[in-house]
Structure formats: structure tokens, C-alpha cells
Design a protein around this ligand. Structure first.
Ligand SMILES: *[C@@H]1O[C@H](CO)[C@@H](O)[C@H](O)[C@H]1NC(C)=O
Ligand SMILES: *[C@@H]1O[C@H](CO)[C@@H](O)[C@H](O)[C@H]1NC(C)=O
Length: 376
């Protein structure tokens, strides 16, 4: 009797301890400074995908701990339809879910329905992975319709119909506020790793994430993903800090719409297409302390306004935008950064909280090893 009850209480203590031991590490810097998510709500571990979905979407402030793989892949069955092959029918080529293929070859295919629509996360949530075990497979997360105050830390979101464009985005924002995505790994998406819709997203920080672009199907049929960051919001504010962006070929980011971007201490490694693209004159960004390594072309066709800290004399100009000098970027020889020194955008940073910066060489030595799930 005695043994049994002490075993039971040891067991209960063990469970309580596990949930309590996992807590938010650090705090958001940059535009999402001050985010609290589920705050001091009791940490809870969802038992299965249904409970996870219920807790993510309801109106209750929650701290949700993921201690296993939550596999949504087959949870909504499959859909069949027409797919187009503009990049050819080779083994590694992505196809597009689309009825009218125009001049491209078309065929019939079947994909997992769950991947095509993300889970709508409610306000006041903290979603945390335990060690390297918190994986959401086959379905992404969406932040829409005015949700605010959300932390996502130390999880992986992966395997969203990677064979098919429109098969699924990992993380989607459209009319959201005060969101911190930190130490998240995204991999093998059908479409974007991160995408921002037209509705304005304010106070967003994406930090220490591993954008793992290595994929089985791609637009180049070569294992490099094109669908990295799509930033087209009307007046978005995005801090992109300490991210490791690996094996991409485009949209890294597409920086357009009315987005205001502060890109600091990110490492782009292996890009065989181009990094930046898109833009119109209302898209703006400061790039500082970043590293582009094994990158063919940093600036694709780009029409937005940028300040891409080319040298130490221009770095000091940042004082008026950031309250300190910028850090110089490490760029490949072929990147022409001297033409991107537009300081007319500096005043747009006033009133926003600015992330700190280290040198580009420090970013190169720390970011690739510390970004993504399981690195806290
Ligand atoms: C989020 O939390 C704040 C502060 O407790 C509260 O005022 C607000 O109503 C909550 N939002 C939702 C949608 O529950
Ligand atoms: C540029 O982006 C802004 C903000 O989204 C939009 O209103 C405008 O139409 C865009 N301009 C062009 C030429 O695309």
C-alpha cells in the first residue's frame, strides 16, 4: 500500500515537474519586445492532435508544451485534382495544385488535405517544445484576424505536401500583432516557410529560427527551396534576427508591399538563385551584421528602398534610425551593396524597439549552430 501510493505520487510529481521545467527561454528583442504569450498560465501537454488544435484555437490564455510529434498528415484525408508541371516532370521537381495549366504539362495527383490549411492560433498563447521533441507535422500555424501576444519557441513545423506548390505554408500571418517566433525549425513545405498576407502585421520578431530549405521537391528540381519568406503586408513591422537560412533559391525574402524590415545578424548559407526580390518603393529595410555565405546573387530584381550597411563609414549613419551605429554585413564579392544606402527610410523606425546587433563575424560563428529547435 505504502509503496504503491509513493510510486503514484512520484509519478504525478514527475509529470508536474516535466511541464513546469519547460519555460520560455529569454525574451523577445526587436519589434515584438514585451510579448508575454500565455504568461503564467499552467503549462499543459496536449495528449493528441485534437487537444493541441483545441488549445491553440480557443480564447483561453495558455502555455502549451509539445513533448512529442503531433502528426496531422492524414488527419483530414486526401484531396485529388489537377497539378501542373511548369518545371518539368523530373523526380525532384515541384508541381502546382492548379486547375488550368496553360502551356505546362498537367496530370492528376493526390495530396494530404491537412497540410493546405494552417491552424488558427488564438491570442495570449505560448507554444513551447520540450528539448528537441516538439514537432508539428503535416500542418502549419496561422496568425490572423487581429490575434495578438503569441510566443512560439523551440518547435519544428514540417512536411506540408512538399511535392506541391499550395500544399501548405508553415507559418502564415495576416492581420496579427505582437508575435515572437523563436528557435523554430521549418522544413519541407509545399509553399512558404513564412508568409505575410496583405493585412498589416505589427510588432513581429522572427529570431534564431532555422529555415531548412533542403527539400525533396523544388522549383529548380535541385533540392533548394524557392518559397522562403513572402513579405507583402500593407504596413508590416518585422524584425528578422539571428536566423539561419539554408539552401534557398529565392524569396529570401520577397520584401514588398509596405513592409518595414530590420534584418540583423542573419546567416544565409547556400543560395543558388537570389536572396532578395520584389519590392516597390513602399517596402523598406535595414540590413546589418548579416552574412551571405555560398550565395550566388544577393539582390535579384529589387525595387524597394534599402540600407545595406556596406562599410564602417556608412554604418555610423544608422544612429538616427537605430540609436546606434549599424554593423557591416559580410557580402559575397558579386553583391553590389553600395547602391543600397537609402537613408530616407530611417525615420520610419522611430517609436519601434530595435534589436541589438553583434558583428557579422560573430553571427557567422554562433547563428548556424544555435538556430532552430533543440538548441536552447
Ligand atoms: C489577452 O490577454 C489580455 C490581458 O490579460 C486580455 O485583456 C485580452 O482580453 C486577452 N485576449 C483574448 C482574445 O483573450
Ligand atoms: C506597393 O505596396 C503598397 C502597400 O502594400 C501598395 O499599396 C501599392 O499598391 C504597391 N505598389 C505597387 C506599384 O505595387
Amino acid at each position: 500500500m505504502k509503496i504503491t501510493s509513493s510510486l503514484i505520487s512520484a509519478g504525478l510529481l514527475g509529470i508536474a515537474h516535466l511541464a513546469a521545467a519547460v519555460s520560455v527561454s529569454g525574451s523577445a528583442e526587436g519589434f515584438a519586445t514585451g510579448v508575454t504569450g500565455g504568461g503564467d498560465a499552467d503549462a499543459q501537454i496536449p495528449s493528441d492532435i485534437d487537444e493541441l488544435k483545441e488549445w491553440l484555437t480557443d480564447d483561453t490564455a495558455r502555455v502549451i508544451i509539445l513533448d512529442k510529434e503531433y502528426d496531422f498528415t492524414e488527419s483530414e484525408g486526401t484531396t485529388s485534382g489537377t497539378v501542373c508541371a511548369p518545371w518539368g516532370n523530373g523526380d525532384g521537381c515541384q508541381k502546382i495544385i492548379q486547375d488550368d495549366c496553360g502551356d505546362s504539362p498537367s496530370s492528376q495527383a493526390t495530396w494530404y488535405t491537412a497540410g493546405t490549411t494552417g491552424i488558427d492560433v488564438g491570442s495570449n498563447k505560448t507554444i513551447l517544445g520540450d528539448g528537441d521533441k516538439g514537432i508539428i507535422k503535416g500542418k502549419g500555424l496561422r496568425f490572423r484576424n487581429g490575434v495578438t501576444n503569441i510566443i512560439v519557441q523551440n518547435i519544428q513545423i514540417s512536411d506540408l505536401n512538399p511535392g506541391y506548390v499550395w500544399g501548405g505554408d508553415a507559418i502564415y500571418f495576416d492581420g496579427s500583432d505582437l508575435i515572437w517566433i523563436d528557435h523554430v525549425t521549418t522544413a519541407r513545405t509545399g509553399r512558404q516557410h513564412y508568409t505575410f498576407g496583405f493585412d498589416t502585421n505589427t510588432r513581429i520578431t522572427l529570431s534564431n529560427n532555422f529555415v531548412d530549405g533542403e527539400t525533396t521537391y523544388s522549383t529548380g528540381c535541385d533540392g533548394y527551396t524557392y518559397w522562403t519568406f513572402e513579405m507583402v503586408g500593407d504596413a508590416d513591422e518585422i524584425t528578422l534576427q539571428n536566423n539561419y537560412i539554408y539552401m534557398t533559391s529565392g524569396r529570401s525574402p520577397a520584401l514588398s508591399g509596405g513592409t518595414l524590415l530590420h534584418a540583423v545578424n542573419n546567416v544565409w548559407d547556400k543560395n543558388n538563385g537570389h536572396v532578395l526580390e520584389g519590392g516597390n518603393s513602399s517596402a523598406r529595410g535595414i540590413f546589418e551584421g548579416n552574412v551571405w555565405q555560398d550565395v550566388t546573387t544577393v539582390f535579384g530584381e529589387y525595387a524597394g528602398r534599402l540600407f545595406v550597411t556596406p562599410d564602417s563609414s556608412s554604418a555610423s549613419e544608422c544612429q538616427s534610425a537605430l540609436g546606434r551605429a549599424c554593423e557591416v554585413n559580410t557580402v559575397p564579392d558579386q553583391a553590389i551593396v553600395s547602391s543600397y544606402t537609402d537613408i530616407s527610410l530611417f525615420s520610419d523606425f522611430s517609436g519601434l524597439t530595435i534589436a541589438p546587433a553583434t558583428s557579422a563575424s560573430e553571427a557567422l560563428s554562433s547563428v548556424p549552430n544555435n538556430a532552430g529547435m533543440g538548441k536552447l
